[in-house]
Write a protein that binds this ligand. Sequence first.
Ligand code: GDP
Ligand code: MG
Length: 700
Amino acid sequence: MKVALVGNQNSGKTTLFNYLTGMNAKIGNWPGVTIEKKTGVIKGTKHEITDLPGIYSLSPYSIEEDISRKFIFEEKPDVIINIVDATSLERSLYLTTQLMELDSKVIIALNMADLLEKKGIKIDEKKLEEKLGTKVFKISALKETGIDEIVKEIDNKEDFERTHIYDSNIENALSRISCDLSGMHKRFISIKLLELDSRFSSKNIKNFENIRNELEKNYDTDLEEVIATERYSFIEKTKAECVKEKENIVTFSDKLDKILLNKWIAFPIFVVVMFLVYYLSVGVVGSGTVDWVGEHMDSFGEWVGTSLESAGTSEWVNSLVVDGIIAGVGAVLGFIPQLIILFLCISLLETTGYMSRIALLFDKLFRKLGMSGKSLIPFIVGSGCSVPGIMGTRIIENQDEREMTSILVPFIPCSAKLPIISLFAGYFFGENSGIASASLYFFAIIVIIVSAFILSRTKFKHVSSSYISELPEYKVPSIKYVAKDVFDKVIAFIKRAGSVIMICSIVIWFLLSFSFKMEYGVDIEESMLASIGKSISWVFYPMLGQNNWGATVSAIQGLVAKEQVVSSMAVIAGLAEDVEEGTQIFAEGTPFAGITMASAYAFMVFNLFSAPCFGAIGAMQRELGSTKRMLKAVLFQTTCAWILATLVYQIGSRIENGTFNIANVLIIGAILITVISICISKFKKKKDGCASCPYCDSCK
Ligand code: GDP
Ligand code: MG
């Protein structure tokens, strides 16, 4: 049998799914964790069960709601388990009233039963069963109680007589309409037809207009509203009869929210939390462990080198293994300890429920930028990896808002950019490396705000999506799930190091060790890579203050994977002749010599904001829906990156050598802002013209 798990976001669907199937799908305490459906088999049975993304109604407003609705209609599950958060029954029952209109068997799982007592709530499930006309079970997916009864009920063929909740006028109309329908879910479709849902056609219904007009005469407002009001009044009555709540119970979440969402201190707390997250991972853990792993990698490389030599391998094979593979892969493996801390922090933010508070906190501000608080979640997830960040934009209902967010998510430094930041900050900013790297995050936030401000006023003009209206309870994170989440992400990182990074390192080694005449062991300046780099290094001149082919090819490598920037620098520097210590990337004699603090910061800025890696570009293409739009987005990102990096270097280098002139900067800044605003206003006018008048130039 086919079973579907349907319910609101955060009601515990995935927790139940994992328990039933023994699988390990990701669980979170914020919306948008399950954005694709997942299927498994219920242990000990042959039933196939599907975990669907959380929805609030069967009228799809967002992509994930559409996925769930389509599944119900197209895959036709035999049984729907409607998982309901028992602690907020009223909110959950709207979806339940819609599910009751379907022909499928519906079982209601009142989840989070373990929290009911604490919250002073009593639910009479027998009465609820009578009211709804479906089987109701109290369960706790987390504490794994009451679930066996549900599994047994799946096989039970008898179903209750469904309750009809509308008044007699509407019920009459519904029976007249469903007479002319065929197939499943007649009642549901009849209601949708009355609501004028354009996804269903009333072509075959006799006298449809008459039926609707007759009905409308009975009410003052339109039918959609009448139907919704009847649903709500049914929910209210049901709640009054079946639920008893103790008044004025202040939960732990309420108390904590008083502090964490306090008007004055909420924002400072957020800044401190985020600062701690990055300071801990990049500053504290980062600086020590990278060197430690680096040293061990060096000794490992040496040991492999000597062993290979004694085995009689040729020099070039030796170099391929030691300078190519071990140096390249080793350079990124050193960052694993700090990534563990970063992933751990993000996972804790997600599972405790603080992430949802952050979204709410930023809702108002983001609205001004043409996004909503929901957009913030993809950004924070994006600081782990842009790919799930971009995919997470699906929780945003409004299409413009969604597209804009997916273009801006790669601007937030992802974990693969962390090695670049860490390497440069550690080497050039020494003791201040923590501050330098944290400053980049704030720089990224400013760039995102400014870009969003500009994009929402030019390319993506729209009405913001709905407000965030409810928050999940705070929860003590489950160590098992957090550990699993961190473990999965670290393994994915190591796999990349072992595959993509290794192949790229080999290619880089090859291009570095051979000249175009295929001679091995030429001077590095005559290698293929140097020639390629030199021919395009002018592009990077304005941000580096020199023609640096090493930095040029490393930055381009970043397209494959951002970690590769550091990896490829390690291979290039390691093969440069004059370097004694293979890992001293910036030492004299390496192709990276001459990089100053200003050009280092500018180079970081470029790598931070330029086109993301291919993985993220692919995700962007999927979410934007076309290659052309994806290319436009990549062009936008790379242009932004180039301009910002150049500005950083031009100002930074002047500060560095003491010729900084604030007057110059102010004047140039003012001119730039004027030019940009003129461009924006021109662009805006053209768009407005097209929308309002059919005879303007561009329309002819
Ligand atoms: P989904 O969005 O419906 O898939 O919900 P998840 O399965 O991701 O769970 C959301 C949050 O609720 C997680 O933090 C779970 O640990 C928590 N949760 C799920 N079921 C229960 C339960 O029965 N009791 C309690 N106290 N928490 C639960
Ligand atoms: Mg889920």
